[in-house]
Design a protein around this ligand. Sequence first.
Ligand code: GLU
Length: 458
Amino acid sequence: MTTAQTPASNVISEARDPVFDELDFPTDPDNLYTQTVAVTLHAAELLDLRHRVRIICAQPKNEIMVHFPVRMDDGHHRLFKGYRVQHNNVLGPYKGGVRFHPEVHLDDVKSLALLMTMKCSLVRVPYGGAKGGVKVNPREHTPDEMQRITRRFASAISPFIGPDYDIPAPDVGTNAQTMAWFADTYMMSQPQSNTQDALRIVTGKPVEFGGSLGREKATGQGVVDVVVEMLPEFNLSIEGMRVSVLGFGNVGSWAARILADMGAKVVAVMDHTGGLRNDEGFDCDALAAHTAKTGGVAGFGQDAGSGSGQNTAQGGQAISEDEFYQTPVDVFIPAALEQMIKHRQAAMMNCKIVAEGANSPCDPSGDRELQRRGIEVLPAILANAGGVTVSYFEWVQNKSCVIWDAEHVDTELNRHMVMAARRTRLARQRFKCDMRTAAFAAALEHIGKTYDVRGIFP
Ligand code: GLU
């Protein structure tokens, strides 16, 4: 099957699903949560899923909001707002990252929590879905302030989470160090609990402190595993394949480095500091090192003794945002924030496949335009599920007091990703729909079957 097929079922049907009115949803079509539920209900309709499962999945089980004061380095106190949304736990403990970002809102966190439920179900890790966040800009704070913010947030939500109940992890703006502070805070507050058990309160920890080998690169590796599994459909091979990457943080930089190691050419990158193009393919390890040092891709090559940095083998030519989207590539990897690909960007993009490294990088108008143009989208709940999959491996290792080697982690990750990709492809054939709807359908079917056998209490 090729990309040019016209899906029988559009990403989001134009008619408003009756469940929205039944649950008194707002009518704002731009609301990220409403959009995510619309995709879910559309897939539920194709599956003819029971009404009770539809209404359960349309709302999170718990929405926790906290406010907490933190002392700044200059002695004054600031009040922060934090969230933990627990969407569903029918398949296992709530699971999902915590993001630190100035634009964190309840509806976004709800949407991301729902995506976690679907992601875990699709890759068959025995978890439900959750997400958390703190409204804060980490770039505006010192490491000491970030440590205090993390510890106060961990302490504020600790009554609502647990190593077998709800397990946070890194997301945008958080990393292994954040998880180490989080776990340490939780362990200090549970002096009676066995240390090894309390360690499982978060995943994505540093390797020195219970983390798993392969977790740091896991989301990027998972994107690559899914792309590789799908390539034969597009008559593409990795060798010489042209790739562009939007966002060069953890997910984007790892996906780029792994693809470049396999022989692909990463020819365009863009982040909040600017865009770069290099038709020979970037040295992605050097670009990642530059980004880690300077905070962004801009200026790459200019600090490496390569003259002006324009069009050099190592650096690249500075390009505008429009030029970035227009660069001809085989695979486009959005690995930045949500909703960046709208109709305007989708209309400019010159690629065969979009592999969603970020959660919800396309808004519905962008999604529709990509579909209209025959560009295949490998949806986030499939393409970026590698992070939570290796989080599950970390949790299993902590629970059973064993340490897996990196090769074992990679092999098991690949197995989960390939099976999830095949499940999605089968659902697409069965329902003659786009890949996003197919991935949701494959995830929801598993959830629906679990509700069937478990029943609804009482
Ligand atoms: N934040 C990542 C995601 O969105 C990982 C979550 C986890 O490891 O629990 O999938």
